[in-house]
Design a protein around this ligand. Structure first.
Ligand SMILES: [Zn+2]
Ligand SMILES: [Zn+2]
Length: 158
């Protein structure tokens, strides 16, 4: 297998996960599992301790990647699953770093990050958190940010 195939599989899984994260957030977390996600929409001062019920979703997303690693390492025929598992894991790490660390500051890292993309991510997710209710929220994705959140480019700078 050329190295391109694993690379494409990892990339496809990564991109697929952005869709899955958006879909799950919109239809599951703001749907029948709102009771697990609700505390993530509570204002900061109402939160107790480090963990949120919402963190259970990390475990939920770990299950498919676990099975991908397991089945993907068994046979040559199922090897492609291993690369899909790797793609899911990389997405999980990125999601954690962007959503939990950068946006919600659960750790003190990347506090000086300041560019058009990082600001757009903050605005988009800020818009999502503007409401504390199950309904009427917007911007459920994470890494793909709607153009409207980029703001206007400062024309005085090049
Ligand atoms: Zn939400
Ligand atoms: Zn959030």
């Amino acid at each position: 297998m050329s190295f391109l195939v694993p690379l494409m599989l990892i990339l496809a899984a990564f991109l697929g996960m952005e869709f899955m994260a958006w879909f799950t957030h919109k239809y599951v977390m703001h749907g029948f599992l709102w009771s697990w996600h609700e505390d993530h929409h509570k204002p900061h001062h109402e939160k107790k301790g480090f963990w949120e019920k919402n963190d259970r979703f990390f475990l939920v997303f770990a299950v498919p990647s676990f099975f991908c690693y397991l089945l993907g390492s068994l046979l040559e025929e199922t090897r492609f699953l291993l690369y899909i598992g790797i793609g899911i894991s990389i997405y999980g790490i990125c999601y954690f770093l962007v959503h939990d660390v950068y946006i919600h500051r659960r750790f003190d890292w990347f506090t000086h990050l300041d560019n058009r993309y990082s600001k757009a991510i903050l605005r988009a997710h800020g818009a999502h958190h503007a409401k504390q209710t199950k309904e009427d929220c917007e911007s459920f994705g994470m890494l793909f940010v709607n153009k409207k959140y980029y703001g206007n480019r400062d024309k005085t700078k090049s």
